[in-house]
Design a protein around this ligand. Sequence first.
Ligand SMILES: [Zn+2]
Ligand SMILES: [Zn+2]
Length: 353
Amino acid sequence: MHQLNFISKRNLEWMEVDSPIISDEHSVLIRPLTVATCDMDGLAIQGIVPFPGPTPIGHEGEGVITEVGSGVSKWKVGDRAIIPWKIACGSCKSCQRHHSAQCLTVPSEDAYGWGVPIPKWGGFISDTVLVPWADTMLTKLPEGVDPLLACGVADNISDGYRAVAPHLKERPGGTVLVTTAVAPGSIGLYAAGIAVALGAEKVVYADTSQTRLEIAATLGAEPIFLTKDAIKKYATDKRSLDGGFDITVDACGVPEIIPELIAATSRAGVCVSTAGVIYRGNPLPFDVYSMYRKSISFHTGWVHTHSFIDESLGLITSGQFDPSPVTTKVVSWDDAADALIEPFTKIIISRSQ
Ligand SMILES: [Zn+2]
Ligand SMILES: [Zn+2]
């Protein structure tokens, strides 16, 4: 079958590889129909975070089920399903605790096409994908919902959701500051748009890209140009500790911004970093005492997509959140290799069947 592979910086190639086959009774085969780029695809393709190739690419999307194992109860041939980026068994201690990104049944890096070459699972920009533990892995594409809107919940939309939604639930009507700097930058935009949709009192979006600042404004956030000083301005007053944001989001991957972001986090606030991959080999400076003094939490880690996919999908199906302003363009399957080597915020590769 045809499969698109990342080879090296700005170099993608279609390869001819063996089609996967049903490996056990709990698996299904899926023909991907809609695949969105993950921010990490852009980081790898543009050489910002170097990864070794060749490796199959594409891990955010949906498709049609083409074959079903005998032990699968929820799915039949022809069903449309959203496939999360990470492989998870659904029954181990981690999965039972809703920590699916750290499923204990598979090696920690088992996922569909991403930076680490794992040919076993392949990538979504291919003719067929094997999905193990299909009954718990997959989510139904709701009837009547445009897959171009929904496919991102398989990874980046859920990532943006987890950065703000659980923390807004604890701080109803809270204030949010999102920072982005490095392209593609879709996760920060989703976080800002979802915070607006969830009724945050104030959502400030700081970025160095004029294009993304305009998208953020379309999503209802207040755009500001990202500099250290711009974030410093929001730092809580040392004496009264008043001010700052209830939730600050590091989707920017700039080490010098982190101390300012933590200083701009309010009392009992939370700073969430979705940019961990950019810090590989580059430890961050933390002022733990100031966090202790203000009871600030810091969250990071791979998104436990399985835990957030239903809620983020619900925001889209209800019309509360429209992710389409983030999409740079929609391209045909045959144009994927050419389209992905150009800079993008989010490209969606689509075919009808
Ligand atoms: Zn991803
Ligand atoms: Zn598991």
